[in-house]
Design a protein around this ligand. Structure first.
Ligand code: PMP
Length: 388
């Protein structure tokens, strides 16, 4: 029996994540220093853990409302108002999901008709393209330019729009480039999005990690707010990747329909995690701020380090990644990462894992201690000596 043939063709044709592929390789070696993983090295603040443990001790171990605990939705709503001046009604506009990941999938499945086009900005987070394809959509790529600091311009947007364009996925601060869009950067795009009725799926999971400018959401523009599906979560800012908790906010109609998919497929996000997140939003901003301060120190340190050893690196204004240019080595990004791993036991992610526009770059995470970063820079410095 050929089991392959029993499977869905679209699924069979999906490429495995370029990050995973590379890390399976890295994991076969001993003593590897990895700057590859996109998750905080910090432990979840203890008060959040205690609140979750207490909820279990208090026998709060049942399903919650499908949309999530009302208390959590109220806290999310207050938080978005307090931090980003966004107004979302906890009863009508907020849905608690299993990570930002579920929110991305739900949004796409709720809006796409077979053949609709969804604009993706490359280099981009590895999950977007498969999520669009699995929802029946067609990904249309815009290749962002490093000389524009990987921001989206009005000209690039206009050139990508066709009569089939249904939505665009934005992700600022960006994984993998660390690029951000300021209010000024967004301004020219807003009338275009409005005129063409393009749904904006805005993945703002790194919003707290904005180091220079105040974070701006496309939902901050009243003209298009109801076209925006804002996605965020607790994984990055609250160091809660393993808790699997995120949320989406949007207009009442979108939310009602998206909720149906969540209701049938998931029921509700994990209950203990929801209690932990309530504590996170109520009483943990100081821990979030401390982590952000650390990321900022590491960012400055790693950007200086990479430039010093001959790998040109922009100062990214958000997230916890740098995106150094490796073109001068004459290697492809995959060759660079494989050779670096082989010769110096340091793992980074090839830029090509994030789409063709990422070729010529590597993604380096600085969600690691300064000590680890220091050793890694030293080793990459030795590696680079053959190319100087
Ligand atoms: N969006 C982006 C841009 C990410 O980098 C990630 C995690 N790597 C996610 C979404 C998914 O996060 P979550 O843990 O909330 O599902």
């Amino acid at each position: 029996m050929m089991y392959e043939e029993l499977l869905n063709k679209q699924v069979r044709e999906l490429k495995p994540s370029g990050i995973r592929k590379f890390f399976d390789l890295a994991n076969t070696k001993k003593g590897v220093i990895s700057l590859g993983v996109g998750e905080p090295d910090f432990a979840t603040p203890w008060n959040i853990c205690e609140a979750a443990i207490y909820s279990i001790k208090s026998k709060k171990t049942h399903y919650t409302a499908n949309a999530g605990l009302l208390e959590l939705r109220k806290e999310i709503s207050k938080y978005l108002k307090r931090r980003y001046e966004l107004n979302y009604d906890p009863n009508k506009n907020v849905l608690v999901t299993v990570g930002g990941s579920e929110a991305i999938d739900l949004s796409l499945r709720a809006i796409i008709e077979k053949g609709d086009e969804v604009i993706l900005l490359q280099p981009c987070y590895v999950a977007y393209e498969p999520a669009v394809i699995l929802a029946g959509g067609i990904p249309k790529f815009i290749e962002l330019k490093s000389e524009n600091e990987f921001k989206l311009t009005k000209e690039e947007l206009l050139a990508a729009i066709t009569p089939k364009t249904k939505a665009i996925i934005l992700n600022f601060p960006s994984n993998p480039t660390g690029g951000v869009m300021t209010r000024k950067d967004y301004e020219p795009l807003i009338p275009v999005l409005k005129e063409h009725n393009i749904i904006v799926i805005s993945d703002e999971i790194y919003a707290e990690l904005s180091y220079e400018e105040k974070h701006c959401s496309p939902a901050n523009f009243e003209e298009i707010k109801d076209l925006v599906i804002l996605i965020s979560g607790f994984s990055k800012a609250f160091a809660m990747t393993g808790w699997r908790l995120g949320y989406l906010c949007t207009n009442e109609t979108f939310l009602r329909e998206i909720l149906k998919i969540h209701q049938y497929i998931i029921m509700c996000a994990p209950t203990a995690a929801q209690y932990g997140a309530i504590e996170g939003l109520k009483n943990s901003q100081k821990y979030v701020d401390e982590m952000i301060e650390q990321y900022k120190l590491r960012r400055n340190y790693i950007v200086n380090g990479f430039n010093r050893i001959g790998l040109p690196t922009h100062l990214p204004h958000g997230a916890f990644y740098i995106f150094p240019c490796i073109k001068k080595t004459g290697l492809t990004s995959l060759e660079f990462c494989e050779k670096l791993l082989e010769e110096q036991n340091v793992a980074c992610v090839p830029g090509s894992a994030f789409g063709e526009a990422g070729e010529g770059f590597i993604r380096v995470s600085y969600a690691y201690s300064i000590e680890e970063i220091k050793v890694a820079i030293e080793k990459i410095g030795y590696f680079m000596e053959q190319y100087l």
